[in-house]
Design a protein around this ligand. Structure first.
Ligand code: ARG
Length: 459
C-alpha cells in the first residue's frame, strides 16, 4: 500500500525498515486518544473555516465509524502504515474518500502523537489515583480492626519497640497518599495541549489552539511550539511517580512474604492469592506478593530507559521519541494489575493476633521504657540508657526477659525503681505510652484514622 508520505520517494522502503520503524504493534493502545484528538482538531478546522462545515462533519462521521470498528475489534492495522496515526488516517480516506486527507491540515504527527500521549496519561493517571484509593481503603479497614493488635516493631529487622498493627498498616496508607499527591500534581502538566505546534514551528493555517484545548478539556496550551513537540517530561514524571508506587508496593509485599513465613506466622494470606508447588505438597507460596515485589525492576528500568532516550536529543521531534511508549504502557499495566490485586489480598488476609502478641513477650523491646522510666525520675537519659543496657545484658546472661526480673534485682541497678516499673513494661502499656502526635498509642492512631478517612473521602 502506498505511503501517505510517499510523494518525494522513488523507491519503496526496505521491508526490514518498515518492520523496524513501525510502532503500530503497540501504539494501537492510543487509538481512542488519537481519534479523540482528531475529532477536536477537525471540529476546530471547520469552525475556523479551514475546511468547510460539511467536510468537517463528514470527517467526524468517518472518525466515529472507525472508532466503532476499533472498539468492536474489526479494524485491521498494518505495518505498512507504520503507526496508529497513519493507520487511522488511511482507514479514514478508505472510508470517506479523498476528503479524509483534509484531516491532517495544519497538523503534524509530532504534535498529534504528543497530544495522544497527554490524553493517554490523563486517563491512566486518573485510573491509577482511583486504584490507589481502593488500596488505601483496604489498608484503612484492616487498620481499624487492629488498633489494639500488638506486634513487634523492627528497626534493622531487629525487635525495636512494640507497636500497633494498625500503626504499621497506616504507614503504608500515608505512602500511598503521597503517591496520589504526586499523580494529582502531575495532572497540571499533563493538561497542557501541544496540538497546533505543527511539526515544530507552528502552522500557516489560521487555527485556534485554545478552542482545541477547550474541546479536549485541557487547562492551557504550550506557549512554545518546539517545546510542545519535544516534551516528554510528563511521561518521565509518570514513570517516576510509578517507580515510587512500586517501591511502596514492593516493601509492603516483602513484609507480607516475611509475615506469612513459618518463622513469623503473623498473617496468613488467603488461599485465593497463593499458589502451590509442583513437587512439595505442603507448600503455600505467596507468589502474588513476590511478583508485586519482583515487577518493581521493570518499572525502574522503564524510567531509566526513557530518561536515557531523552537526554541527548536535539530539538525538536526525533524518532527516538517513539521509544516513549512501550515502557509507560507496560508500567501502567504492571501497576494497574498490582493495585487491583493488593486491595483484595489485604482484605482477605488473616491477622494472627495471638502470634503477634506472643512475639512481643519474648524480647527486650520494652528496654527503652526502662530508660524512659529512669529519665522521667530525673536521671539524664544518657545515664538511664547505660544502666538499662547493663540490665539487658544481665537479663540475657540469666536467660530471662526484663519483666521476669525481681524488683530487688532492678534496685541493684538503680534505687529509683519502684513496683510500678512492672506495669510500665507490659507490652500494651509500652505501646499506649507513645502518646506523642503521630505515635503508636491507640488514641493517636484513632486521630490518624480520622484523618485518613477524610483523605479518601470517607470521613
Ligand atoms: N509513531 C511516531 C511516534 O510515536 C509518531 C510521530 C512520527 N513523526 C514523524 N515525524 N516521524 O513518535
Amino acid at each position: 500500500m502506498a505511503k501517505l508520505w510517499g510523494g518525494r520517494f522513488t523507491k519503496s522502503t526496505n521491508k526490514l525498515v518498515d518492520e523496524y520503524t513501525a510502532s503500530i504493534s503497540y501504539d494501537q493502545e492510543l487509538a481512542k486518544e488519537d481519534i479523540e484528538g482528531s475529532l477536536a482538531h477537525v471540529t476546530m478546522l471547520g469552525e475556523c473555516g479551514i475546511v468547510t462545515a460539511e467536510e468537517s462533519q463528514t470527517i467526524q462521521d468517518g472518525l466515529h465509524k472507525i472508532l466503532d470498528k476499533i472498539e468492536k475489534g474489526e479494524a485491521e492495522f498494518s505495518v505498512d502504515q507504520e503507526d496508529i496515526h497513519m493507520n487511522i488516517e488511511r482507514m479514514l480516506i478508505d472510508e470517506i474518500g479523498p476528503v479524509g486527507g483534509k484531516l491532517h491540515t495544519g497538523r503534524s504527527r509530532n504534535d498529534q502523537v504528543a497530544t495522544d500521549m497527554h490524553l493517554y496519561m490523563r486517563n491512566k493517571t486518573e485510573l491509577l489515583i482511583e486504584l490507589i484509593k481502593d488500596v488505601q481503603s483496604a489498608l484503612l479497614d484492616k487498620a481499624k480492626a487492629n488498633v489494639d493488635t500488638i506486634l513487634p516493631g523492627y528497626t534493622h529487622l531487629q525487635r525495636a519497640q512494640p507497636i500497633s498493627f494498625a500503626h504499621h498498616l497506616l504507614a503504608y496508607f500515608w505512602m500511598f497518599e503521597r503517591d496520589k499527591g504526586r499523580l494529582q500534581d502531575s495532572i497540571k502538566r499533563i493538561n497542557i495541549l501541544p496540538l497546533g505546534a505543527g511539526a515544530l514551528a507552528g502552522t500557516t493555517f489560521p487555527i485556534n489552539r485554545r478552542r482545541v484545548a477547550e474541546l479536549l478539556d485541557f487547562d492551557d496550551i504550550y506557549p512554545n511550539s518546539m517545546d510542545a513537540v519535544s516534551d516528554r517530561d510528563f511521561v518521565v514524571e509518570a514513570l517516576s511517580a510509578c517507580s515510587l508506587i512500586m517501591v511502596h508496593l514492593s516493601r509492603l509485599s516483602e513484609e507480607m512474604v516475611l509475615w506469612s513465613s513459618q518463622e513469623f506466622q503473623f498473617i496468613e494470606l488467603d488461599d485465593a492469592f497463593c499458589t502451590g508447588s509442583s513437587i512439595m505438597p505442603q507448600k503455600k507460596n505467596p507468589d502474588v506478593s513476590e511478583l508485586l515485589r519482583g515487577k518493581t525492576g521493570r518499572v525502574f528500568g522503564h524510567l531509566v530507559g526513557l530518561l536515557t532516550v531523552l537526554k541527548g536529543l536535539p530539538l525538536a521531534y526525533n524518532k527516538d521519541m517513539q521509544e516513549d511508549k512501550e515502557g509507560i504502557f507496560d508500567t501502567v499495566k504492571t501497576i494497574t494489575g498490582a493495585l487491583q490485586l493488593l486491595a483484595p489480598i489485604l482484605e482477605t488476609m488473616t491477622v494472627k493476633k495471638d502470634r503477634m502478641r506472643h512475639a512481643v513477650e519474648k524480647d527486650y523491646s520494652n528496654a527503652t521504657d526502662i530508660a524512659d522510666y529512669l529519665a522521667k525520675k530525673g536521671l539524664p537519659f544518657r545515664e538511664a540508657h547505660a544502666i538499662t543496657g547493663k540490665m539487658v545484658l544481665y537479663a540475657i546472661e540469666h536467660k530471662r526477659y526484663l519483666l521476669d526480673l525481681e524488683l530487688s534485682e532492678y534496685k541493684q541497678f538503680s534505687p529509683l525503681f519502684e513496683e510500678d516499673i512492672f506495669e510500665a513494661l507490659l507490652p500494651e502499656n509500652v505501646m499506649r505510652a507513645r502518646e506523642s502526635e503521630g505515635g503508636t498509642a491507640p488514641h493517636q492512631i484513632m486521630k490518624q484514622i480520622e484523618l485518613a478517612e477524610e483523605k479518601i473521602g470517607r470521613g
